[in-house]
Design a binder for this molecule. Structure first.
Ligand code: TYM
Length: 334
């Protein structure tokens, strides 16, 4: 039997991934290379739904790809590619857009949040249809599982609804994908505002830990992270969201269960605890940063690796799209 298919995507909208991307998504990508047929995509088409500069997009697409390889994606085992290299993403998105109700798209909370930030009237139509393009990404590869953070849950539900609708109307075509969300790290929060998600677009610089950041600033930010009243290192989402976030981070990065960490720091106060969290973050990010820098130093080789990924992705996408074209009633081109 063929291995289960895994697909996920990440936006090239910043000069570095952050700890939320890393724990919620990228680490799962690496783990899921094992035993699965995995496709991971730098979603540059999604990145143009908000204001951007072409030069920055080009740079950030390479930085994103390099970080994926540096974090442990093996080009032999995983297909890593850039979305715009596979034209079928846009093509399937159009077909799915025509199957989506206006009201259904308008319910997407991420659009509501983002359009509120840019002003509803000036938000692009692309931003509105963004989750439908995401559905196309996933369905093109007939993915069984999609590793993501909690913020993508609603988009995955839409993807399943669209797959079901298409299958019902035009005949069995798409696999219904399930989100793969790891509860403990599904929402890493902002260090300065521990009830909000750590996010490249809304976190303040002090609230976000970037994978490509130097050890000095990383340590400083962890030491200055908002903790809560009291002195005990205990997980308590309600009353101690700051400490709880740091406990989750340390637990995920060291593999030590939270109760064990609570016992270790009993009576020690926040200082010793934060120092250890800072060290484990630095230890995790430093080798990834160094490998990323190496990969970025040879753009020709990096572009070649992405071309290999694109060719493999195209083969799968083309097959799905040929079926879709036929099912929806488009004439054969030749
Ligand atoms: P993006 O680029 O915003 O984020 C990439 C991944 O990181 C996860 N993530 C987090 N996880 C835990 N805690 C956080 N604070 C945190 N912040 C971000 C996100 O959930 C995501 O998994 N729409 C997607 C990109 C996309 C996609 C796809 C994903 C496009 N097509 C197809 C899966 C399948 C997005 O904006 O991710």
């Amino acid at each position: 039997m063929a291995s289960p298919r895994v697909f996920s995507g990440i936006q090239p909208t910043a000069d570095s991934f952050h700890l939320g991307n890393y724990l919620g998504a990228v680490r799962q990508y690496v783990a899921m290379q094992e035993g699965n047929d995995a496709f991971y995509c730098v979603v540059d088409l999604h990145a143009i739904t908000v204001d951007y500069r072409p030069e920055a997009l080009r740079r950030r697409s390479r930085i994103a790809a390099a970080q994926l390889f540096a974090a442990g994606l093996d080009p032999e085992r995983s297909t890593v590619f850039v979305q715009s290299h596979v034209r079928e993403h846009s093509e399937l998105a159009w077909v799915l857009i025509c199957l989506t109700g206006m009201g259904e798209a308008a319910r997407m909370t991420q659009f509501k949040d983002k359009s509120a930030r840019y002003g509803e009237a000036s938000a692009s139509v692309g931003l509105f249809t963004y989750p439908i393009l995401q559905a196309a990404d996933i369905l093109l590869y007939q993915a069984d599982a999609v590793p993501v953070g909690a913020d993508q849950k609603q988009h995955l539900e839409l993807t399943r609804d669209l797959a079901q609708r298409f299958n019902h109307r035009f005949g069995e075509t798409f696999t219904l994908p399930r989100p793969h969300i790891v509860k403990e790290v599904e929402k890493i929060t902002d260090l300065q505002d521990p009830t909000a998600k750590m996010s490249k677009s809304s976190s303040s610089p002090g609230g976000i830990l970037d994978v490509l950041e130097q050890p000095g600033p990383l340590r400083k930010k962890v030491m200055r992270a908002v903790t809560d009243t009291g002195t005990e290192v205990l997980a308590d989402d309600e009353n101690k969201p700051g400490v709880t976030n740091l406990l989750r981070i340390q637990s995920a990065l060291t593999g030590t269960p939270i109760p064990e960490l609570e016992a270790r720091y009993a009576g020690q106060g926040y200082g010793a605890f934060k120092k250890d969290v800072a060290e484990v973050v630095v230890e995790t990010f430093t080798p990834i940063r160094e490998r990323t820098e190496k990969l970025l130093a040879d753009e020709t080789e990096l572009d070649r690796m992405l071309a290999v990924g694109a060719a493999r992705a195209r083969a799968v996408a083309a097959e799905t799209m040929a079926t879709v074209r036929d099912r929806v009633g488009f004439l054969p081109a030749s």
